[in-house]
Design a protein around this ligand. Structure first.
Ligand code: FE
Length: 371
């Protein structure tokens, strides 16, 4: 289970958002970065987590994957000469001249260049220095520190984590609770008052959830965790008696009727539900009934639990197509297909989570080649 605690990095510049904003070209190149790192084309046990895949998400769910130079240059076409000098060339605006210095409205200060939210009005304070000052970012993952040794002194420069745009510097003389002063150029910021419409690039990723059971959940969790666009995988139990919360010990007896399953949280702009379905039939054998390899029992059955009509329709069509002409067409596919509405997901005990990431190895089935 990968919680949102890492230095993950944000939101994807969704194709629609880019198109709307006229960023079609950078988007295409941006998408190419993420999509080309296709997990099902990679070797089976190259474990990739959210910290080492091409796509990065912040703790607050924004795609903060570093933008390509091409994308940055396209975004920069919207900047004034003064903004370009400050944001792209580490300039500094004259003190007491920035348009946001005395702004007291409630809202969020976004990156002027890429619109990533950086600072909230609730952390802004009057420092008397002549530049907008904040004691903390809205999300520490959104602001990167870098050593700046220019002008004969050592300072800590701060940049936008997504576009690398220069923001200003951070100093250890701020107010409580952090004791820090993030000293930022107004020109590096774009303010959105509470209630204003924020552009798509300034919004968090819309995540979706999918559920799969395909034998021992340690292995299935491990396999899904390798996919770019998958943010979190949780092992659990599903599809049994929902009158009380099941335990591993009870599920193992088969008495509760639950399957060992995983909840997959994913960014549909990077990996689609149909991609997850295709991957599912490559990481287990859906024709083995109440068994998966050496693991025998109803808890090891193959199942897909859907959480929307769209998922149900896609999963049904996928299974029918696989039965007709897919890898498993010569045998009967036994995959159970039900809505999560009558197959509640119960998170498994902590020691089952991230089992292979912590212990190494994997009991998962081999990864079958694409059809
Ligand atoms: Fe930025």
């Amino acid at each position: 289970m990968i919680r949102f605690q890492r230095t993950l990095s944000p939101r994807l510049i969704r194709n629609t958002a880019l198109a709307l904003l006229g960023f079609a070209i950078p988007l295409a190149s941006y998408a190419a970065i993420t999509i080309s790192n296709n997990a099902w084309a990679s070797s089976p046990h190259e474990k990739t987590t959210m910290t080492d895949t091409a796509t990065k998400f912040s703790a607050s769910g924004f795609n903060i994957t570093p933008l390509s130079n091409e994308a940055i240059q396209t975004l920069a076409k919207d900047l004034t000469d003064e903004e370009r000098k400050i944001i792209l060339n580490e300039g500094t605006e004259a003190p007491f001249c920035g348009n946001l210095l005395d702004n007291k409205k409630d809202g969020v200060y976004h990156c002027r260049l890429c619109k990533l939210p950086l600072f909230g009005s609730d952390s802004k304070f009057k420092s008397g220095t002549g530049w907008p000052s904040f004691f903390t970012p809205v999300d520490p993952d959104h602001v990167d520190p870098e050593v700046d040794s220019s002008h004969g002194m050592i300072r800590e420069e701060i940049t936008c984590a997504r576009c690398g745009g220069h923001l200003g510097h951070v100093f250890p003389d701020g107010p409580k609770p952090t004791g820090l002063r993030f000293c930022v150029n107004s020109a590096s910021l774009e303010f959105y008052e509470t209630g204003d419409e924020v552009p798509a690039l300034g919004l968090p990723t819309k995540l979706e959830t999918a559920y799969f059971a395909g034998g021992c959940f340690w292995g299935i969790e491990d396999r899904y965790a390798t996919l770019p666009g998958v943010l979190d995988v949780v092992s659990g139990y599903q599809g049994g008696d929902d009158s009380k919360t099941p335990t591993y010990r009870e599920v193992c007896t088969g008495a509760t009727g639950h399957a060992e399953s995983v909840k997959v949280v994913f960014d549909p702009s990077i990996v689609s539900y149909s991609d997850l379905l295709a991957w599912f039939f490559r990481i287990h054998d859906p024709t083995q009934g109440n068994r998966q390899g050496p693991d025998v029992g109803t808890q090891y059955r193959s199942a897909i639990y859907t959480n929307s009509d769209e998922q149900m329709n896609q999963a049904k069509a996928f299974i029918q197509a696989q039965q007709a002409e897919g890898r498993w067409s010569k045998r009967t596919i036994t995959t159970e297909l039900r809505s999560v509405d009558d197959a509640k997901f119960y998170e498994a005990e902590e020691y089952h989570q991230d089992y292979y990431a912590r212990k190494g190895g994997s009991c998962a089935a081999p990864i079958y080649p694409e059809d």
